[in-house]
Design a protein around this ligand. Sequence first.
Ligand code: PEP
Length: 246
Amino acid sequence: MSNTRTRLVMGNWKMHGNLGQNAKLLASLRAAPRSASGTLMAVCVPFPYLAQAAEALKGSAISWGAQDVSAQAQGAFTGEVSGAMLVDFSCRWALVGHSERRSLHGETDQLVADKAKAALACGITPVVCVGESLAERDAGQAVAVITRQLAPVLALGAEAVKKMVVAYEPVWAIGTGRTASPEQAQEVHAAIRAALVAAGAGNIQILYGGSVKASNAASLFAMPDIDGALVGGASLVAEDFIAIAA
Ligand code: PEP
């Protein structure tokens, strides 16, 4: 690897799982030998299962987090979950701005930045997800869209951004089986890296997400600005997720 950033492979379980399935999956992850490459593994589980993940993974090398966090600290916000609540379950990570939150729940770029700020205020690392739609890519707008999505996040300042992770997830590659080629992904990662350098936080991890599997992980991870992956579907199958990290 041409840089000093630790590789990170993070699972996003989305709205999948139950107590029984999770117990088996978490036990298999816990039992897996640590990747020889030193790649870190993490899982972002549905809120009700944070206690289960914390209990099952405590003392292991695998960390856990949530798939969202409220921009608010506390109060009359029915259905929301605050950063402080996530800290009660020793969460290290919170995804913010996943494309499903942006498209299905109308989350704006500014709200995503506010969520990242709220996570940081509680000592949780926000994993800021960005990515263009297929129409935007076809219109040659990929980098412009990502630049727009990142702007309010970068406006939080270098000291804040240095404590974040960015995940580039082209919407057309999420859950579709269609992965960006390593070159396509690298091109956008390089643009994100340039924006991070300009913001004074050039060395944070940038993950790629979108139909990552064991068969395509190595070629993606060989790219200079791809520091790991955010993995949806394949993170639900222990051997697939372990193989990606390996
Ligand atoms: C995701 O939801 O973040 C994701 C990348 O999903 P998948 O790996 O299934 O495409």
